[in-house]
Write a protein that binds this ligand. Structure first.
Ligand SMILES: Cc1ncc(COP(=O)(O)O)c(C=O)c1O
Length: 492
């Protein structure tokens, strides 16, 4: 065989995999021809100076995939009949440039080309105020590992397809109790459907309720992940402005024939406004009158810092779901912020009439959420760890929030307005500056500081110089340093 094969012992890819790749590439590019004999494992091992077992492993893989064939007594050959399309296709790992054939996209696929869906987070920056990330280093991982080890053995209960795509019933019971204690949500455990985070809830609910050209009302500014989901399913968007008391419900008077209204009442995204109780009641009454379903994303509800409360009894304002008497609310919650986002566990609380349908939608989409994590989370909630963790994090985030507000006041006096500081794990900050958002972002990035402009959250309303500051993940000294660097940019 007249073929140069280069293997690198220092490379992270094992030698047998490198040899497999080299041979496969040679076959696909025609350097090894159909029916061509290839050396025996012993001969190739000797010429390459590697073990015979390594060569055997590569050959076995190529044999099983149909690139090679053996004839007893005669040796190993490149398969005589490689499928034509395989031979013509561009080798995936080839260094040679290949032309990209455009794939005809569906209407859904086309909506995903929107530039605002490009990956935005630069994880290489030293000080990143990127929002929505909890304090990872304060998560009780030892405890989680202990709970995990209870179930992490050969246990078909956690390894099989779930009996119910709606989720592990004890977890649904634990969440229903937690929600009734913490958020005044009223539901039976069966109404709680376990999903892979809020984003999946948005997607499945939209698939279930929204047809192409149906009208969906949403906050402006608002959460991009929700807006892009509605657009991906062909909805017509009807933005409604937001002020310091949340969604301006009075603007709904003109809205007709809406299928769905999406709101973030606990901590409006991104302004941080808390929807006042009178507006909540007004919104519920409008939804009942018009037959519109309210999609309540109770995002960030766990973190409130002695700010806006229900004046009568000084408790946090209850979720819309618990105030509703007309079954017009679908409630969405997630463990991404209170535990960690990679857990991918969240839930939706649906009216009884939707339980079966959302369960079917979940089954059709991805069968079920991972069971092992559901088992662990059930114990985590039932043994009181969730609420303990939230209490601890609330006090930590409160300190970090105060530190951020103080640092902004100290380093940038008269240059900023802070919004939404009484809840959640981010604030929105408006700078009084002549710099455009793009210029400011470019300059802070050079200083190794990560920020997110609020501009993409706006649909009709215009914004400039508004930025979202997540602070939960950063220590007080990191927050101080980040704001010091930002001040240098703004003063220069
Ligand atoms: C307002 C809002 N809702 C929902 C989500 C999605 O959260 P997840 O899918 O991780 O539960 C996010 C993500 O940060 C968000 O900001």
């Amino acid at each position: 065989m007249d073929l140069v094969i280069t293997l690198n012992e220092q490379a992270p890819l094992p030698l047998h995999r490198q040899l497999y790749d080299e041979l496969r590439r040679a076959i696909l590019t025609g350097r090894l021809l159909p029916k061509q004999r290839i050396p025996s494992t012993r001969a190739l091992a000797k010429s390459l100076g590697i073990s015979r077992a390594t060569v055997t492993l590569s050959y076995e893989q190529l044999l099983s995939e149909g690139y090679l064939e053996t004839t007893v007594g005669s040796g190993t050959f490149v398969c005589a009949q490689l499928p034509d399309d395989l031979l013509q296709s561009s080798p995936v790992e080839s260094d040679r440039p290949f032309t990209q054939r455009p794939v005809p996209l569906s209407a859904y696929g086309m909506t995903l080309l929107a530039p605002e869906l490009a990956k935005v987070r630069d994880s290489t920056l030293e000080l990143n105020f990127s929002y929505g990330r909890p304090a990872f280093d304060h998560f009780p991982m030892d405890l989680w590992r202990r709970l995990l080890s209870r179930y992490c053995h050969l246990n078909p209960a956690c390894m099989d397809y779930a009996a119910d795509s709606g989720g592990y019933l004890p977890l649904r019971q634990a969440i229903a109790h937690y929600l009734s204690r913490a958020r005044a949500v009223l539901c039976d455990p069966e109404q709680v459907i376990i999903l892979n985070g809020s984003q999946q809830a948005l997607d499945l609910i939209t698939r279930l309720l929204v047809d192409r050209d149906d009208r969906v009302v949403l906050e402006d500014p608002g959460y991009l992940g929700a807006r892009r989901t509605f657009l991906a399913h062909g909805a017509t968007l009807h933005p409604v402005p937001v002020d310091q008391s949340g969604l301006m419900v009075q603007a709904l008077a003109d809205v007709q024939n809406a299928k769905l209204i999406y709101v973030t009442p606990s901590h409006q995204f991104p302004t941080g406004a808390v929807l006042s109780l009178p507006r909540r009641l007004e919104l519920l009454s409008w939804a009942q009158k018009t037959g519109t379903i309210i999609l309540e994303d109770d995002y960030d509800s766990e973190y409130r810092y002695g700010g806006r409360t229900n004046a009568q009894d000084n408790r946090p304002i209850p979720a819309l779901q618990g105030l509703d008497i007309g079954q017009s609310v679908i409630y969405i919650g997630t463990f991404s912020k209170v535990l960690f986002p990679a857990l991918r566990l969240g839930y939706v609380v649906v009216p009884p009439t939707l339980i079966d349908l959302i369960t079917r939608a979940k089954w059709l989409c991805d069968r079920q959420s991972p069971l092992l994590e559901q088992y662990v989370l059930t114990d985590f909630i039932n043994e009181g760890h969730l609420e303990r963790h939230i209490r601890r994090m609330r006090s930590l985030y409160d300190q970090r929030r105060q530190c951020l507000v103080a640092a902004l006041a100290q380093h940038l006096p008269n240059t900023v307005t802070i919004l939404g500081e009484n809840a959640g794990i981010h604030v929105m900050v408006k700078f009084h500056t002549h710099l455009s958002d793009a210029e400011l972002l470019q300059r802070v990035t050079q200083m190794q500081v990560g920020l997110m402009s609020a501009q993409p959250c706006y649909l009709n309303a215009q914004s400039s110089s508004e930025f979202i500051f997540g602070y939960a993940e950063l220590s007080e000294s990191q927050i101080e340093e980040g704001i010091r660097r930002l001040a240098l940019v703004l003063r220069s």
